[in-house]
Design a binder for this molecule. Structure first.
Ligand SMILES: Cc1ncc(COP(=O)(O)O)c(C=O)c1O
Length: 290
């Protein structure tokens, strides 16, 4: 596997980072994951804008211009032998003697790798998946795509142990998101999702869903959603760059709606697949809009 480390492409076995890297010592860094279909990155500029925002909020110097980031992503995509990819990249504050306060004059560490993209197979989408719920006990800056993911890891493990697809999170009685995805519900034909705030990651897929709903005149509201509303929803979906839009058909062992992927989900899934096809056919390596 060819990876990117601090400006160079090299075999993964030759890529190494100091044990004093603040990513390793403190989880002091941020990351992105961009889905790539047929070698065309999906919503690259939106991912790069979120990366720039995360770096700004974490006060980590951005080592590259937008154009340089794009070029590095394309180079890495071209260095792989497979077409559908998940390009992961992270930036840490750099290598320094261990001290919580920011070190002076350090270079950020930039690492990128690309793995084959695995979206949920169609049979799984047609069946839907289970979720469990848990209190959202993460920090108050879930809007930063931080590599410090122990909170999310512990929460995801709860669903993994229950052989469920996701852990849906509630904070003070309200829905936030899931351990590695955003959450939408449908009630009486209206799609709802929590508004963007410091308590959720501003998902790139969340924005795509909103654009597709608007373009297809599907009613959509961003507002606070109570735990009771989620449990009484007709449909529950999770969204992320790797899961795309995926139906949750049971929550904590109880069926969601009639226990099958609902009609609004099926419509949104079709819209999403059509949109993806359009992006792939365009073959454009530029900003894409619905
Ligand atoms: C906590 C969390 N929320 C939401 C998302 C969805 O974000 P995106 O649609 O940009 O992949 C992710 C994706 O990794 C996530 O980890």
């Amino acid at each position: 596997m060819t990876v990117f480390l601090n400006g160079k492409l090299l075999p993964a076995e030759q890529a190494s980072v100091s044990v004093l890297d603040r990513g390793f010592i403190f989880g002091d860094g941020i990351y992105e994951l961009v889905p790539v279909y047929s070698r065309v990155p999906f919503r690259l500029d939106e991912h790069l804008a979120r990366l720039e925002r995360s770096l700004g909020e974490a006060k980590i110097r951005n080592p590259y211009s937008r154009a340089q980031w794009r070029a590095h992503v394309y180079q890495l995509i071209d260095a792989q032998s497979f077409d559908d990819q998940g390009v992961y990249f992270q930036v840490t504050r750099g290598v320094a003697k261990r001290d919580h306060a920011f070190p002076k004059n350090v270079e950020p560490t930039v690492f990128m790798m690309s793995n084959p993209l695995v979206n949920p197979p169609r049979e799984q989408v047609e069946r839907g998946g289970a979720a469990v719920s848990a209190p959202d006990n993460r920090w108050q800056r879930c809007d930063i795509k931080s590599i410090s993911l122990i909170g999310n890891v512990l929460l995801r493990q709860l669903s993994a142990e229950a052989e469920a697809a996701e852990t849906i999170l509630f904070r003070h009685g309200n829905l936030t998101e899931a351990s590695a995805s955003n959450v939408f519900i449908v009630k009486r034909g209206v799609i709802h999702s929590p508004p963007k705030s410091n308590l959720i990651l501003p998902g790139i897929t969340y924005d795509v869903i909103a654009e597709l709903a608007r373009a297809d005149s599907l009613p959509l509201e961003f507002r606070s959603i109570t735990e009771d509303e989620v449990r009484a929803a007709d449909e529950v979906w999770v969204t992320s760059s790797s899961k795309e839009v995926f139906p949750i058909v049971s929550l904590d062992g109880k069926p969601v709606g009639d226990g099958r992927p609902g009609p609004v989900f099926r419509r949104m899934y079709r819209l999403y697949q059509e949109f993806k096809q359009k992006v792939m056919r365009s073959g454009k390596r530029e900003a894409i809009s619905a």
